[in-house]
Each structure stands twice: as C-alpha cells, then as structure tokens.
Design a protein around this ligand. Structure first.
Ligand SMILES: Cc1ncc(COP(=O)(O)O)c(C=O)c1O
Length: 378
C-alpha cells in the first residue's frame, strides 16, 4: 500500500497479496515445491519453519504498525524473547534488564549466567545509571506488569545510543495504538501477540520488530531454534489486528473510568493506572502515550479480602493473560509472582492485596455491577 495510511487502514490492507481474495488465505502447508532445476536462494519459500506467506503477511503488517523496517513472528512471546537473547548476546556480554517485567522473561534472563552472560536486574528508575560501555542489550517493558509504571523510554534510549547498547522494548501492554517505542529510540519491539494484537484469547503468538540487518540474523536463529509461528495462529492475529484500534479505544476509555471508580471506593487502598493523576508515571505516560491501556491494578486490604473479592465476581473471570474480549483478573502474589521472594515482591510493589484487571469488551454497566459485587464480598 503506497504512502503513510492510518492505523486501521494499514492493519486491514497493508501487505495484502494481489489477486481477488479480500481475505488473505491460510497457507496450511509445511512445504513448498520449487521449479525443477531452479536453485533455492535465501528466503525463497521452501519449508514453513523458515517462511510461510500467511506468517509473512502478519510480519509485514506489524513492521508497518510499529514503524520498524522488518518483523518476524514467533510461536509465542517467549519464543520471540528467547530467540532475540540467544541471537544478540554471547559469553562475556552484559544485559541490563528492568526487574519490573513479566515473570518468565525475568527467570529466562536470570538463567543466562550459565552461558557466561552477566545480567543486571534493576528497578526501572536505576536502568540509566547501570548502562555502560560493556552493556550489550537493555530490556524494558513500556508499561510494567502488574504495577503499571512507564519507564523513561526517551532517556534510556539516549543513554543506550551514547553507550552503544541495543534497546529492546516489550510493548505488549501499550500496543502500537498507544505507544510506538521505535519512534522514541528503541531498536527492537517485542509483543506477546497472545494479548491485544490477537485480542480474542484464542492464539499464542509473538512478534519482534527491528532493523532489517538485525532481523535477517534473527531469521537464521528462528529457523534453527524452531520458534516460527503456525499459519493458522498468524491468520487469527491478522484478523485481530483489524479491530485493534477499535478495541483499544474502548478499553482505554473503560479502564480509565474503572480506575477512577476504584480510586474513589472506600474498600480500595490504592489504584495503579498511568491515566490517573495519582500515578507516579502519569506525567511521563502523558508525554509518551496516546492512551493508557486496558489494564488496571488495585490493592485491597490483604490477601483474604482479595480472595473474597475474586469469589464474589460473576462476569469477570480469574485467569492469566490480558488484552482479550473477556475481562480477566489475576492475583499476582499467588499466581504470576508466587515464586518470587516476599522481599522482592515488596520491592516490586506487589502486595498481598494487589489485583490486576484486564478490562475486556463487555458492557461497562455490567462490569461496574460485577466489581461492586466483588467489593461487597471483600
Ligand atoms: C509483557 C509480556 N511479555 C511477554 C509475555 C510472554 O508471552 P507469551 O505468553 O505469548 O509467550 C507475556 C505473557 O504474559 C507478557 O505479559
């Protein structure tokens, strides 16, 4: 598609193959034949672990939506992250990572010392001072999980540039609707496409956007590690992208209203949401983002009240993940962060009464009623 088009137009039409199909087909094939006598070169279609036209279409759309040169799609967000780490680092390198990141990413980072890679895990506010000439890669999430803080992306990108480090931003919570990290200086953008990009809680997928030469090297690692995306899952994510802007517009608005409602409720001790003036990230989020996302975290008195709250809900389901049509809630201290020591949980602001709510697409009135029911039981 020629020229720079709007987000939804790009998501719906960019990269579509020529021909009569309105909906690009699913290439449900493991292999591709090639004309006899013709030598296969580079990324000529051969085997779907390497390339597949349905997956390639998703990659074209995501590169355009994140404003990057190229993209690879993976079988999960973790496949994207692990492939990037294995490709980009070697023994003797140092990684600086935020410790305010998804639990599995943090565990993976911490296991890299067996390959001789030093990993410094620090809170977002200390990242800039930890980066030096020896730093190979810096990893942050654009909105942290579950306390929803926004790091100083512009400042971190500037230090990375000065010290020659590669900046990787996991943009899963913000999505390119609310923030495009490459525009503020990131080198690579990662997504758990399982979340908002797919948007329907029915596929597991990962996305990695970055510069052409870097993605070329990563393609070699993806095909050898085998973390390529399945074409049917790619089709589902492509379908999800078409409504991403619509969904996020609604989720941004509803999450803001829910955050304000919870902040005013006598049973709620504290609300974490970058769209609230009370958030320590509010000023920075306003500068960097066009919306504050669909996830709201809030604290009840203690673990017992949090568990009673969950027991009082009818529509909102307790389940991991976020970004889909269904409103989901988690209790991080007993689920995603239960294997982290109580001291580290305290450092990360994960109290026993903390709950993380992913606002879905149900009618607002029904969600408020359900929250009221939970709070009455809490
Ligand atoms: C911010 C973030 N990054 C990465 C991942 C990993 O993605 P996946 O579950 O698709 O492997 C998750 C999963 O919850 C996540 O929340």
């Amino acid at each position: 598609m020629a020229g720079r088009k709007g987000f939804s137009t790009t998501a719906i039409h960019h990269g579509d193959p020529e021909g009569n199909d309105i909906i690009a087909p699913i290439y449900q094939t493991a292999i591709f034949k090639h004309p006899g006598g013709k030598q296969i070169r580079g990324r000529d279609l051969k085997y779907s672990r390497e390339d597949n036209p349905t997956v390639n279409l998703l990659e074209k759309k995501m590169a355009a939506l994140e404003g990057g040169e190229d993209c690879l799609a993976f079988s999960s967000g973790m496949a994207a992250i692990s492939t990037l780490l294995l490709c980009q680092t070697r023994s003797g390198d140092t990684i600086v990572t935020s410790k305010e990141i998804y639990g599995a990413t943090l565990i993976l980072m911490r296991s890299l010392d067996k390959f001789g890679i030093k990993v410094k895990c620090v809170l977002n506010d200390r990242i800039k001072e930890e980066i030096d000439e020896k730093t190979k890669l810096v990893f942050v999430e654009s909105i942290t999980n579950p306390t929803l803080n926004v790091p100083d992306l512009k400042g971190i990108a500037e230090v990375c540039r000065n010290k020659g480090a590669t900046l990787v931003v996991d943009n899963t919570f913000a999505t390119p609707i609310n923030l495009r990290p490459i525009e503020v200086g990131a080198d690579y953008v990662i997504h758990s496409a399982t979340k908002y990009l797919c948007g329907h809680n029915d596929a597991i997928a990962g996305i990695l956007v970055g510069p052409k030469d870097g993605i070329g090297a990563l393609w070699e690692w993806r095909r050898n590690l085998g973390g390529n995306l399945d074409p049917f899952a790619a089709f589902l994510v492509i379908r999800g992208l078409k409504t991403l802007k619509l969904r996020l517009s609604e989720q941004n608005c509803k999450a803001q209203e829910i955050a304000e409602f919870l902040e005013g409720h006598a049973k709620v001790k504290r609300v974490h949401y970058p769209g609230l003036a009370s958030s320590p990230s509010h000023k920075r989020a306003k500068e960097l983002m066009s919306g504050f996302g669909g996830v709201v975290s809030f604290e009840l008195k203690d673990m017992a009240s949090a568990l009673r709250f969950l027991g009082g809900l009818e529509i909102i389901k307790t389940a991991p993940s976020l970004g889909g049509a269904e409103t989901l809630i988690t209790h991080p201290a007993s689920s995603s962060h239960k294997n982290i020591s109580p001291e580290e949980r305290a450092e990360l602001g994960i109290t026993d009464g903390l709950l993380r709510l992913s606002v879905g697409l149900e009618d607002k009135e029904d969600l408020f009623e359900d929250l009221e029911k939970g709070l009455a039981k809490s």
